[in-house]
Design a protein around this ligand. Structure first.
Ligand SMILES: *[C@@H]1O[C@H](CO)[C@@H](O)[C@H](O)[C@H]1NC(C)=O
Length: 481
């Protein structure tokens, strides 16, 4: 009794303490790897991490945009993520410019790239910060997003989220920093959380450090007066220099750098940080869905070949370890690329062969099943009506009245009548015939499409990761809560 009371008291005290401390906010950043490998599966994974880890606000980079053919509206990948997240009602997504496409690609979707923010709290205002450099190695348009989010109503609390995706060219990264510093100094913001993919290199982190140790940065920039930022991960690790790396989340080259960062201005207190997105949970959950996706892609490429489309069939480049064949990336180096309709496994001929073999094969398998079930039902002296009632199919599937042919034209009726002779043959020859036919056809099917099966299973190791970046999440609270 006494123990129970003590436990109850403890639980009560803990919950009291919790409700008295300022509520913390979880805010994250994730480079979603554009439309690389299996977006349908990665999308579900991303949404499940956001839900399970209770991430309130999240900034995304490499978000692709498409123009909806019927409505003319621009939609982004984030709309699809948002569908899985009932409590993230607020969203901003902005394209920065055209996305790179593999040479000879014949598809037209997802042709713009940019960034966005999803939030559980109301977004009150947002602005695009154009951080494109006029000249340089990196020709891409670059964008940062300033999003004002109201995290508390009474008294009103607003945070300023600045989501970035920096250039990969070092010189242009310094220009990116200059653009953002200029924006911050002209807007006099407070409660700033600046986060995203800074593309920072281990040997060149000056552009991001300009916000933290301005006097020590290696960038040549004009430093206007802006608040000093702190890196959430570095702050929590104290003097431990081994801050967790977040790129690349791939077997090769492995984790080499820390481009994904969360910086906070003085009025924000970091509570903790978390890193998500390692490969194993994703692989375990989605392996079979990925194989099915690949089957679907090969079939779709075969249909495309049949319809006379021509070109590169994958949505993205397959990288240095893979080649694109029939809409899927396959192992064996990058020498095996083929454009449709030239890929043997999915050219017109193999599509026709596929149809010619598949349909009779399915038909003979269905007939075989029918004959076996029919024989079993009769031989077991089982009341057929009971079986159908148990299966619950009496209403329609086995309802003889559904198949009255009285309204059919006389000629068709007589054709059906003659064909029904087949039905009346004794089961044994029918079973034997359909067994033989389906075995032969299955064998033919395997022989004709062995190549395809080989490719469907030769998945690149990188295809089994949810992104080439890890997700970084900070738990923060506002000092003046
Ligand atoms: C951003 O700036 C670049 C370079 O000054 C310019 O070419 C581009 O049109 C601008 N983009 C937008 C959306 O204003």
């Amino acid at each position: 009794m006494c123990v129970i009371r003590a436990v109850l008291l403890l639980v009560f005290t803990v919950s009291q303490v919790r409700s008295n401390t300022s509520p913390s906010i979880r805010i994250g950043t994730f480079n979603i790897w554009n439309v690389m490998f299996n977006w349908k599966e990665r999308l579900q994974y991303i949404a499940s991490v956001i839900k399970e880890q209770e991430i309130d606000i999240i900034a995304f980079q490499e978000v692709r945009f498409s123009t909806d053919k019927s409505t003319g509206l621009i939609i982004s990948q984030l709309e699809e993520v948002k569908k899985y997240l009932q409590s993230h009602k607020w969203m901003v997504a902005q394209p920065a410019g055209p996305a790179g496409k593999p040479a000879h690609a014949y598809w037209k979707e997802w042709d713009q790239e940019g960034l966005g923010v999803l939030s559980k709290f109301p977004i009150r205002h947002f602005a695009n910060i154009n951080i494109t450099s006029e000249r340089g190695k990196d020709p891409n348009s670059r964008l940062a997003l300033h999003v004002q989010i109201q995290v508390k109503e009474e008294p009103q609390q607003v945070i300023n989220v600045v989501a970035v995706h920096y250039s990969y060219a070092k010189k242009q990264q310094c220009q990116n920093t200059q653009h953002i510093l200029d924006y911050l100094s002209s807007t006099h913001l407070d409660n700033i959380i600046m986060l995203g993919d800074f593309n920072a290199y281990p040997e060149f982190s000056g552009p991001v450090e300009a916000f933290i140790f301005p006097e020590a940065t290696s960038c040549e920039i004009k430093l206007p007066y802006v608040p000093l930022f702190r890196d959430v991960v570095l702050e929590k690790r104290g003097s431990d220099p081994k801050a967790p790396l977040t790129f690349s989340n791939m077997p090769s080259p492995g984790l080499v750098s820390r481009p994904d960062r969360i910086l906070v201005s003085p009025s924000i207190k970091e509570v903790n940080y978390y890193i998500y997105g390692h490969g194993a949970p994703y692989r375990n959950r989605f392996y079979s869905a990925i194989v099915m996706n690949r089957v679907e892609s090969v079939l779709r490429s075969a249909v495309d070949s049949f319809l006379g489309k021509a070109g590169y069939s994958c949505l993205h480049d397959c990288g240095p370890h893979g080649s694109c064949r029939c809409g899927v990336c396959v192992q064996g180096g990058n020498e095996l690329n083929c454009n449709i309709p030239e890929c043997e496994e999915c050219d017109r001929g193999s599509f026709i062969l596929f149809i010619v073999i598949l349909f009779p094969m399915l038909l003979s398998l269905v007939l075989l099943m029918f004959f076996v079930i029919r024989t079993l039902v009769v031989s077991a002296n089982f009341n057929q009506e009971d079986l159908f009632a148990i299966l619950g199919y009496r209403c329609c599937l086995f309802n003889a009245k559904l198949f009255r042919y009285r309204s059919l034209p006389r000629t068709l009726r007589s054709v059906l009548g003659r064909a029904s002779v087949l039905w009346r043959l004794p089961p044994l020859p029918m079973v034997l015939v359909s067994l033989t036919v389906s075995t032969i056809l299955s064998f033919l099917f395997m022989m004709s499409f062995l190549e395809n099966f080989k490719y469907i299973y030769s998945i690149l190791p990188e295809e089994l990761f949810p992104s080439d970046h890890l997700m970084v999440v900070a738990e923060i609270s506002l000092l003046d809560y």
